[in-house]
Design a binder for this molecule. Structure first.
Ligand code: DHB
Ligand code: FE
Length: 277
C-alpha cells in the first residue's frame, strides 16, 4: 500500500524564483529565508518520496475569472509552466502520475467532493517555486497538482479544505501501489497585495497558526474565510493549503522543522515540515 511520509508547507512568492535565478541565496535580504530549507532537503534526501501531491492556488495562469473551479485535480502526464509576467524564468515541465491522479479523483468524488479534472494544466509560481526550493536544479518526483480557489469569491471554507486533505490522506492510504508520497501545501502566510491594507502582516496570528497546525488543526478551521481575510490579509487566506496538507496526515504529527521570516516581498514567509507521530 502507498504511504504518506510527511507534509511540507511553505510560502510561494514569485520573487523567490527570481532570487534563485540570480543566485541571491546568501544576500542579507534572502539568507534568513533560504536558510530555512536545508533541513527539509536533508529530510527529503533521507525519506526519498516518489510522488508529491501539491495543494496550491492558481493565480490566473491556468484558470481565470471566467471559469473558476473550487477544487481542481491534475490528471496529466506532465504539467507545463508558462510566463505569468513576473520576470522569472519559465521552467521545464513536471512529471505527473496518472495512476495516482485518477485514484484520487475516483476516491474524492466517491466522498462527495465535486472536482474539476484537468488532463491539461499549466502550473504557476505557487507550484514551481516550492518545488525549486525543495529540490534545487530539477524535480525528481512525480507530481499531482490539487488547485484550491483562493482567488474569486466565494472560496471554500478552511474546514472544507481540511476535510479535502483528510480525504486525500485516506485515498493515498487505500492506494494499492508501492509508493512513498509527500504532501505539500503552498501559500500564505499573512499578506495582502492590494487595497488600503496592502503590506498587511499579522505575525501573532501566523505564529499561533503554525503552532496549532501541528497540535490542533481544527483551531484554524473554526474561522470563516472573511475572518481569515481580516486576520491575515486578502492573500493570507492561501493558508488553507497548509490545512489541506496537514489534513492528509490524518493523525497526530511531530513538527520536525519550521522557519518564519518577515518579509519576503509583501509576504510573511513560513515553512513547516511535519511527520506522522
Ligand atoms: C506575492 C505573494 C504571493 O502569494 C503571490 O502569489 C504573489 C506575490 C508577494 O508577496 O509579492
Ligand atoms: Fe500567492
Amino acid at each position: 500500500m502507498a504511504k504518506i511520509i510527511g507534509a511540507v508547507t511553505t510560502s510561494h512568492v514569485p520573487a523567490i524564483g527570481g532570487a534563485i535565478h540570480r543566485k541571491k541565496q546568501q544576500d542579507p535580504y534572502w539568507k534568513p529565508f533560504f536558510d530555512g530549507f536545508p533541513p527539509v532537503r536533508d529530510w527529503l534526501a533521507k525519506v526519498k518520496p516518489d510522488i508529491a501531491i501539491v495543494f496550491y492556488n492558481d493565480h490566473g495562469l491556468n484558470f481565470f475569472l471566467d471559469k473558476m473551479p473550487t477544487f481542481a485535480v491534475g490528471a496529466a502526464p506532465e504539467y507545463q509552466n508558462a510566463d505569468e509576467g513576473w520576470g522569472i524564468p519559465t521552467l521545464p515541465p513536471y512529471k505527473g502520475d496518472l495512476d495516482l491522479s485518477w485514484h484520487l479523483i475516483e476516491s474524492l468524488v466517491g466522498e462527495e467532493f465535486d472536482l474539476t479534472t484537468c488532463q491539461e494544466m499549466l502550473v504557476d509560481h505557487a507550484f514551481t517555486v516550492p518545488l525549486e526550493l525543495l529540490w534545487p536544479g530539477s524535480c525528481p518526483v512525480r507530481t499531482v497538482p490539487i488547485c484550491i480557489n483562493t482567488v474569486q469569491f466565494p472560496l471554500p471554507s478552511a474546514a472544507r479544505c481540511y476535510k479535502l486533505g483528510q480525504a486525500v490522506g485516506r485515498a493515498v492510504e487505500a492506494w494499492d501501489a508501492d509508493a512513498r508520497v509527500v504532501v505539500l501545501g503552498t501559500g500564505g502566510l499573512s499578506h495582502q497585495l492590494d487595497g488600503q491594507r496592502a503590506g498587511f502582516i499579522n505575525k501573532e496570528f501566523d505564529q499561533m497558526f503554525m503552532e496549532k497546525l501541528a497540535s490542533d488543526p481544527l483551531w484554524a478551521t473554526r474561522y470563516s474565510i472573511l475572518d481569515l481575510v481580516e486576520l491575515t490579509g486578502t492573500q493570507g487566506v492561501e493558508l488553507v493549503m497548509w490545512l489541506a496538507a496537514r489534513g492528509a496526515l490524518l493523525g497526530d504529527v511531530t513538527t520536525l522543522h519550521s522557519n518564519y521570516h518577515i518579509p519576503i516581498s509583501n509576504t510573511a514567509s513560513g515553512l513547516m515540515l511535519m511527520e506522522n507521530a
